[in-house]
Design a protein around this ligand. Structure first.
Ligand SMILES: Cc1cc2nc3c(=O)[nH]c(=O)nc-3n(C[C@H](O)[C@H](O)[C@H](O)COP(=O)(O)OP(=O)(O)OC[C@H]3O[C@@H](n4cnc5c(N)ncnc54)[C@H](O)[C@@H]3O)c2cc1C
Length: 503
């Protein structure tokens, strides 16, 4: 099966790697002329870390980390206010955390596919159409070609999304900030640190990259949405927005390159669906969460991995796309909600807000608050879901392995799967294969009750398979709130359970 991937960024290259590994023939088109060596730093953990580990990349990435020893907040004179040691961050993430430059990760992913996958640089799509059996695309060199599937992995301003799903404005949700960054030589003594300084409505950061003596800046400011700012206007805009700002801001702006400034709105992408026939979206193209979530890269890798896995597990691409979307979309939406709520506090708009932020930072950035911070960063990996759909699911029968603590996203995915079944059937039958159920995360309690209220009458049969103490109990307790009939089957009678559900 030939699969065209538009976008050779984090999601696109990860997807290409796994598709090729599973025996598909991916072809990547990337609009830039080669690998880029500019960009910004990333916190990399959770799903992304898990995927990179499966690709054998961790050792290599560990050696290329950003050198910062801590993230600090300073006053206008550069005096420290609060400090988050990178070691604390590593402890929060149980050691599975890497601060990386975007280019480091992109290059590492590229090396995994460079000699195995056809990658066409300097190429973009101008038109897309599809038939029952194929996708026909036209490239910007005027040539047309036919593929079995097309995946849009072309980032927040996705071209595929525009050509197939509609204009960006339909899906864009502006969070109230602009962001800009550029590299400069460190002549300010920032050293091996990530320093930040905030005034009401605007924040400046500077941190060392993984290249000697290089700093990357990060400017964020509150502003109305004016859309894309042309390159020539970016430096004047920054100088205007950050006029009279304290700390080393005037020097950073004096040293800024005239033409190499990344600038964009902080905008989330929310779509009602990620799939249209033989075309699907992944990464920021499908559900950009913004830098405020700190997980876009991790989820780009996680989403790409799960998309490839679904295509590998299901013979029929339409089911695979549905499984992928039902698994990943709730995860993205939960993180988007968190990021949107956090956005208001990200760069406080008033002096009072700023004072509150300072106190909170002094309090929270301590070991004792590891649990709170872990929740805030929300790094649970999409690869370690408690509820994992079984490929043997078919028609009105849905089967899952249950392993771990059930979270809100597990219920959201389950509800989406059940909704899909109920569009074609008047009931659904469920099989739960118990591996190591660890209860329900308390915020998900309400989702558990709601599942019963919304779907209990539609679940005609529930089979609970497993020898765990929970299994027998669950089969009994499920009736009649979660299912009309339910039965327990020992682990060695799984086939009998499937057969019972099919009758
Ligand atoms: C300042 C900043 C800080 C961030 N910090 C973090 C962080 O700490 N942690 C984190 O996890 N995430 C962070 N993110 C988000 C993260 O960078 C993105 O979520 C992630 O890069 C998304 O991956 P992607 O592959 O979907 O898109 P990208 O990495 O943007 O890749 C898209 C690719 O598509 C290509 N492309 C675009 N248009 C076309 C076209 N027409 N044809 C062909 N190719 C095209 C692009 O050139 C690019 O190579 C940050 C983002 C920003 C802006």
């Amino acid at each position: 099966m030939r699969i065209l991937i538009s976008g050779g960024g984090l999601a696109g290259l990860t997807l290409a790697y796994w598709l090729q590994k599973y025996g598909f023939t991916p072809v990547v088109i990337e609009q830039s002329d080669g690998l880029r060596h500019d960009g910004y730093g990333l916190d990399f953990f959770g799903s992304g870390y898990d995927v990179a580990e499966k690709m054998g990349l961790i050792e290599q990435l560990e050696g290329q980390q950003i050198k910062a020893q801590y993230v600090g907040y300073v006053n206008e004179k550069g005096k420290p206010i609060a400090k988050l040691e990178m070691d604390l961050m590593r402890r929060i993430m149980d050691g599975r955390y890497l601060p990386l430059m975007h280019w480091t990760l992109e290059e590492a992913l590229y090396q995994t596919v460079a000699d195995k996958v056809e990658i066409r640089f300097g190429r973009s799509l101008t038109a897309v159409s599809q038939t029952e059996n194929s996708v026909i695309v036209t490239f910007d060199n005027g040539r047309s070609e036919t593929f079995d599937l097309l995946i849009g992995a072309d980032g927040i301003h996705s071209n595929t999304r525009r050509l197939v799903f509609g204009p960006e404005a339909e899906f864009a949700h502006y969070l109230g900030y602009y962001v800009a960054c550029f590299p400069v030589a460190d002549r300010y003594g920032v050293g091996e640190a990530w320093q930040n300084y905030t005034e009401p409505g605007r924040q400046v950061g500077a941190y060392c990259s993984n290249r000697d003596g290089e700093l990357i800046t990060l400017f964020m400011w509150e502003a109305p949405d004016e859309g894309r700012i042309p390159h020539a206007e970016r430096l004047p805009r920054l100088r205007r927005e950050f006029a009279n700002m304290g700390w080393i801001t005037p020097q950073l702006l004096a040293d800024a390159p005239a033409n190499n400034i990344y600038m964009d709105t902080v905008t989330q992408i929310k779509m009602p669906q990620w799939v249209n026939g033989r075309i699907a979206l992944v990464g920021d193209a499908a559900g950009c969460m913004t830098l405020i979530s700190g997980q876009g890269a991790s989820m780009a890798l996680g989403g790409a991995y799960l998309l490839a896995e679904a295509l590998h597990q299901y013979d029929d691409y339409a089911t695979a796309f549905r499984v992928y979307e039902n698994e990943v979309r709730p995860e993205i939406e939960t993180r988007q909600d968190k990021a949107r709520d956090f956005a208001k506090a990200f760069v406080p708009g008033s002096e009072l807000g700023l004072q509150v932020q300072k106190v909170m930072m002094k309090l929270l950035l301590r070991d004792a608050f590891k649990g709170v911070l872990r929740k805030q960063f929300g790094g649970a990996s999409v690869l370690r879901r408690a509820l994992k759909r079984l490929p043997a699911s078919h028609d009105e029968v849905l089967g899952y392995v249950l392993n771990g603590k059930l979270r809100e996203v597990d219920y959201h995915s389950l509800s989406l799967d059940v909704d899909d079944v109920l569009t074609d059937h008047d009931h659904v039958n469920l099989l739960l294969k118990m591996e190591a159920l660890d209860g329900i995360d308390w915020p998900a309690m309400w989702d558990d009750v709601r599942f019963g209220l919304d779907y209990g009458r539609s679940v005609q049969k529930l089979a609970v398979v497993g020898d765990q103490r929970w299994s027998d109990w669950l089969a009994k307790a499920a009736r009649p709130f979660y299912a009309q009939q339910s039965r327990h089957f020992p682990e060695n009678e799984a086939e009998a359970a499937w057969a019972w559900l099919q009758n």
